[in-house]
Write a protein that binds this ligand. Sequence first.
Ligand SMILES: [Zn+2]
Length: 563
Amino acid sequence: MSLTTVDFANIQVETPTLEQVKAEYQAINTALDTAKTRAEKEKALQKWDDLRRRLESWSSLTSLHFSQDTRNEDYKEKKDYSDELQPKLTALAVEMKRKLLSSADKVELETILGKHVFSLWSADVTTFEPAIEDDLVRESKLVDRYVELIASAEIEFAGETVNLSGIRKYTQDSDRSTRDRAEKAHWNFFSQNQELLDEIYDELVKLRHQMAQKLGYDNYIGLGYKKMQRIDYTEADVARYRDEVVKEVVPLAEKIIAQKAEKLNLDRVYFWDESVFDLQGNPTPKGEHDWMLVQAQQMFDAMHPELGDFFRMMVKGNLLDLKTRPGKAGGGFCTSFPTHDVPYIFANFNGTKGDVEVFTHEMGHAFQNWQSRNLSIIDYLWPTYESCEIHSMSLEFLTWSQMDKFFTIDADRFRQIHLAESILFLPYGCAVDHFQHLVYANPEATPKQRHQMWQEMEARYLPWRNYGDLAYPAKGGLWQEKQHIYCYPFYYIDYTLALCCAMQFWVKAESDYKQTLSEYIALCQRGGKAPFQELVRSANLVSPFESGCLAKVVKSAREFLKL
Ligand SMILES: [Zn+2]
């Protein structure tokens, strides 16, 4: 494998104008219409792919710059321009997809690009009509209002002013009363902003419902699934899967909570006790940023030369931004520049175990994107989200054997907690998903009724939950801190489906690490060439929708946790 010498500083992409992009589309249309030979058709499709790669790189870079420094006026201006141009670019892309889907040459085109991309486009073309262009811009603005509101939190705690991610280190403090007070301070922000939080969501729900109706859907659920490009499973499959989580996972989750009570010497586990697992408190990495990068290089070198070389390339190319700093957006993500064939990862190290988890997670996404870089068309560079999350969550588990490098004597505790948290996450993820189905099936519900719907979800999926005197979440407000519910509807069950696959990789790795890692790399190389369940089966894993799949991984987890 020859390694690229791309440096982030040299990634520059021209800002497109609508006129120029329209002219390029026109040229591609003409080239397709007049193409007689297969080679001519391939050449025209290649031109479209090049155009989309340039637009994608520009869009990635614009968003990344804004996230790296939200106070930079120039970055903010460029981001606004991108937000406004985006629906118009979607309109042009959808028009081209419609043309190719109804082309007389479709069969021949399928032999060039593969059949799968045509299935993806069949979903895409049902999610857009020019009639919803203004609604899409309004939706982005409402989403931005939520993000800005959440980012504006300034909480006084322990003599410092922290934001909603900053308070997290206190909500998982080893001292119980600190956790309790930190949760109160955290929810106080939501209580002060309840009206606005309810109002933004109410508008979003009604707006999304309206768009769905304009496109001919009964409600937003159908549109939401198509926007996620779900082509090989349905709402009914997801509902059945959630039922299995209740049956198979909730009992083990309850045992984890009971074990926690024992280890923490508590009569009753309150909400603020859920983030710690023993009296020692959560393990933390034993060094800072630069030290972590050295450990990471040794870790990937020890795992596989493909991973080691890849990470070396990321470091050398300055394709990592992991340190937290004022003005930088929160969270962690992976993006990519398809014009230069490289990914980029973004995080906010804060000294918690989450640094290692976020880092290995985003590296999983980045490694997959890199492994898929030579696939024939941009649509295959990433698979659909539930498959993307397999690459990331599986790497979190496949790096387990190397965790001594970061946590030394606490590595065993790290592994135990990582698995326990994974089990606890499954029912929570289902609650977030099921809640959104209720919300979009009943778009006329009042904010108060939505809070009641969330309480029903907690009773079903998180029956151990006890908020004590935390009034806001006790009244059904917890969901309002979940960004996905506002910003990325129906993108949440994906994590739970992927986790179910990642845990299968974990089980296999325990008995044959080398073989499992090569199956993982092969899956990364397949990128987005197939839909979810086909990718899962190609990696010799069982689809989470198959009955018995969850029961099997839960059994392995129970044994490992000795519960
Ligand atoms: Zn992810």
